[in-house]
Design a protein. Structure first.
Length: 263
């Protein structure tokens, strides 16, 4: 299927690894001009090299701490200077620290606020004016199934990814007339470094091994396995397509059926 986004300019945050990286590669395969950012310079350079080797093109990788407004502003300006505009924005970020309410301190809440909610708001604010002037734009936020089914020891993610969902739904109603869609992709347990981190934390609390925790996670999913990053990224890219032009304000789970709710 031709998704009709060849030549579109794309920015993927947290795009050097995991779901973000998978999205970067799928956008490249669709013929888009792709930039990505990450807070880790080593990961950025490694991803740039691997992409150039695999696809024989230059993907723009930038170092950006998405907790900081100045870094986000610099990143967006650099990409606009290079591409002229950003047509498709993928707001992605690593998960905030896991933990139960009693184990978290004020600094954890402040950091998660900037990392999850304000990063999405700041990137969106900077790209939206040009999208409106061009009467075309796609914004896809990567959240989590926790926005529909909270996870006990991920209270920070539960709170702020749900805030992103509410922000997105509200804004989608305001910019739909400009042919701009805003949607959320809510992954379930996906084989990324984040899941490795969670399995270690849960294994320590339960007195078992990370491998046993991963097996238990998979057993809780009706499909009896965890997702690949590419399976999540496929929905991200589809929502950026012309075929998805009438889909906006939605949150779609990629979870193997793990969400228990019927909506």
């Amino acid at each position: 299927m031709d998704l009709k986004i060849k030549g579109k300019n794309v920015l993927v945050s947290a795009g050097s690894k995991g779901i973000g990286r998978a999205a970067v590669e799928l956008f490249i395969q669709e013929g888009c001009n792709v930039a990505f950012c990450s807070s880790n310079e080593e990961n950025v350079r490694k991803a740039e090299h691997e992409i150039k080797t695999k696809y024989n093109i230059e993907a723009i990788g930038l170092v950006c701490d998405i907790n900081k407004l100045i870094d986000i502003e610099r990143t967006v300006k650099t990409i606009k200077d290079k591409f002229g505009s950003i047509d498709i924005l993928v707001n992605n970020c690593g998960g905030p620290v896991p933990g139960f309410f009693e184990s978290l301190i004020e600094e954890n809440w402040s950091s998660a606020f900037d990392q999850v909610l304000m990063s999405a708001i700041r990137f969106t604010r900077l790209v939206l004016p040009v999208m409106k002037s061009k009467k075309w734009g796609r914004i896809i936020n990567v959240t989590s199934i926790s926005v529909k089914q909270p996870v006990d020891n991920l209270i920070l993610s539960n709170a702020f990814r749900s805030a992103v969902t509410a922000f997105s739904k509200t804004l989608s109603n305001q910019v739909g007339k400009d042919n701009i869609t805003i949607n959320n992709v809510a992954p379930g347990y996906t084989l990324t470094s984040r899941i490795d981190q969670l399995s270690v934390v849960r294994a320590k609390a339960a007195g078992t091994t990370p491998e046993k925790i991963l097996e238990s996670m998979a057993d809780d999913v009706p499909m009896k396995r965890l997702a690949s990053a590419e399976e999540v990224a496929s929905l991200i890219v589809y929502l950026a397509s012309e075929q998805a032009a009438y889909i906006t304000g939605t949150t779609i789970g990629v979870d193997g059926g793990a969400i228990k709710a019927t909506y």
